[in-house]
Design a binder for this molecule. Structure first.
Ligand code: AMP
Ligand code: MN
Ligand code: MN
Ligand code: MN
Length: 276
């Protein structure tokens, strides 16, 4: 089977490597088809594509859109779309414009428990200030010795019910799928195993997603357990969804799975790349 990785991040959002370096590392790890999927931003695509072309690796445009669904933050991947599409670009700009305000509110919450200077500290880690993310706050909290690593930050801070987490109005599922499909792309639910949803709630999300024109779900993901993969393989078959796979690589030492090092898609699924 083709070595495909359709989910990873560069410094154009909250990854640790420049987009060109991500593409080079992917090719070095044997990836044959790559999508760079930065959060809410298309800025890394030209550099990644140019390296992919140079190294003879297949490449499709990607993005990971932050939305709110049922009070949760959910991520929708867009794959193989036209990166010049005006409505998609305007929608992503709208999401980015909310991130700085949210970061200021996060910093104010951290200040209340005695953690000073988090906004400026997190910004030091963000190459693109409009993409300021919880991952940048996590790196600041590690750097200042509050936590030993990024994973423990997310156990104790920055998640619902913990200090540093604030509610935020992201865009809707309909917005995200509409923009992706409108730009000629395929929409996929990112790492569905990660959301704290009951089975009926998950079905509700998938029904709504499909009704809006969503075509794919991530079955194999760097943030999925083997059991998640089994559950979402079954749901992909049942719903007739295309199956996607991606490492969700953010950087060396910070990710569970490196670029191109995923398990293959289970048998009996239609790979999403057949639609590209
Ligand atoms: P944001 O888009 O600002 O809400 O930040 C979300 C980002 O934080 C994700 O894309 C990951 O990079 C990171 N993140 C979220 N949860 C975790 C976790 N449990 N462990 C490590 N990183 C996480
Ligand atoms: Mn991220
Ligand atoms: Mn995600
Ligand atoms: Mn991701």
């Amino acid at each position: 089977m083709l070595n495909v990785d359709l989910h990873c991040h560069s410094t154009a959002s909250d990854g640790l490597l420049q987009a060109a370096a991500v593409a080079r590392r992917a090719a070095g790890n044997g990836v044959e088809l790559l999508a760079l999927t930065d959060h809410d931003n298309l800025g890394g695509l030209p550099a990644a594509r140019s390296v992919a072309d140079e190294l003879g690796m297949g490449f499709v445009n990607g993005v990971e859109i932050s939305i709110e669904w049922g009070g949760l933050q959910v991520h929708i991947l867009g794959l193989a779309f036209d990166a010049d599409d005006a409505a998609l670009n305007a929608g992503l700009a709208l999401i980015r414009s909310g991130r700085v305000d949210r970061a200021q509110r996060m910093s104010a919450e951290l200040e209340k428990i005695g953690i000073k200077g988090a906004f400026d500290g997190a910004m030091q880690h963000a190459e693109n200030p409009s993409l300021i993310s919880r991952a940048h706050f996590a790196r600041f909290l590690v750097e200042t010795g509050v936590c030993k690593d990024v994973r423990s930050v997310f156990d104790s801070y920055l998640v619902p019910g913990r200090p540093g987490y604030v509610d935020h109005r992201w865009v809707t599922l309909a917005d995200s799928v509409g923009w992706i499909v409108g730009a000629g792309g395929v929409a996929a639910v990112a790492h569905p195993g990660r959301y704290k949803l009951s089975r009926p709630e998950m079905r509700c999300l998938l029904d709504e997603f499909k009704g809006l024109g969503g075509q794919a779900i991530e079955v194999v993901s760097g943030s999925h357990s083997a059991e998640n993969t089994t559950v979402f393989s079954r749901l992909a078959r049942e719903y007739g969804f295309l199956a996607s796979c991606g490492s969700d690589f953010h950087g060396p030492g910070e990710s569970y799975v490196d670029l191109g090092k995923l398990a293959p898609l289970p048998q009996g699924l239609t790979p999403v790349w057949e639609a590209f």
